[in-house]
Design a protein around this ligand. Structure first.
Ligand code: DC
Length: 220
């Protein structure tokens, strides 16, 4: 199987670009952030402190997260319920960032990610795919863009969805999540040594997709 690892900070366009590249190559696209988001949503729903490793550890046996691919589109199930929409709110984003710093949560989600990669040609995106989850991936890409550029894109996305948000708040969220994701002790966000760095700040979406497909083809 051919495995492509795409890591990078929030809002770099990883999911949109990875999904489009996977389509062009006939691979499945696996969004691992959805797994952390689902655990975050479980915590929010059940009054669990998203920063408490102790509370989360206790809750893990009650949590079942599954990824199901319908016509190539990923759906995430939390204890049998499709939560693919609910995991996208700003609250769920922050909860995901919190719970992802807990080692037990990371190992809880590890096998699920590995299983999919063993069985499928896939592009998997996240923060630690090239470094931890798929260290032997055929191709590793670190996809990034400036914080302002990422905040602007996410702001536009949320406004289009009808969310009532301010640009400054989105930028603060981006900076806070970058800080959390890159300073945590376990699996911090960083390019692996073999990663190709792709900065999309100055590229259009189509240019970004073309660049990623080109990099992947060069590694196949
Ligand atoms: O990519 P995303 O915004 O959906 O990710 C949500 C949070 O989950 C993000 O703050 C970092 C965390 N995450 C992670 O730690 N490891 C991954 N492989 C994917 C996401």
């Amino acid at each position: 199987m051919i495995n492509v690892a795409i890591d990078g900070p929030a809002g770099a366009g990883k999911s949109t670009i990875s999904r489009a590249a996977a389509d062009k190559l006939g691979f499945i696209y696996v969004d691992t952030g959805a797994l952390y988001r689902s655990v975050g949503v479980y915590a929010l729903r059940n009054g669990i402190n998203t920063k408490s490793g102790e509370q989360l550890k206790k809750a893990l046996p009650d949590i079942k997260v599954e990824l199901v691919f319908k016509d190539g589109v990923q759906h995430v199930y939390l204890n049998g319920e499709d939560v693919s929409e609910e995991i996208r709110t700003p609250k769920a984003s922050m909860a995901a960032s919190d719970v992802s710093a807990v080692p037990e949560v990371r190992s809880f989600l590890f096998d699920l990610q590995r299983d999919i990669a063993v069985k499928n040609n896939c592009i998997m995106d996240g923060r630690d795919i090239g470094t931890v989850v798929l260290p032997n991936a055929e191709c590793k890409i670190f996809l990034t863009a400036s914080p302002e550029c990422r905040a602007q894109r996410r702001y536009k996305e949320l406004i289009e969805k009808g969310e009532n948000v301010k640009y400054e708040d989105v930028l603060n969220d981006v900076n806070e999540r970058d800080y959390n994701d890159s300073h945590r002790k376990i699996a911090p966000l960083k390019p692996s040594e073999e990663s190709v760095i792709a900065d999309t700040s100055k590229l259009s979406l189509d240019e970004s997709i073309a660049l990623i497909v080109k990099i992947i083809k060069e590694h196949m």
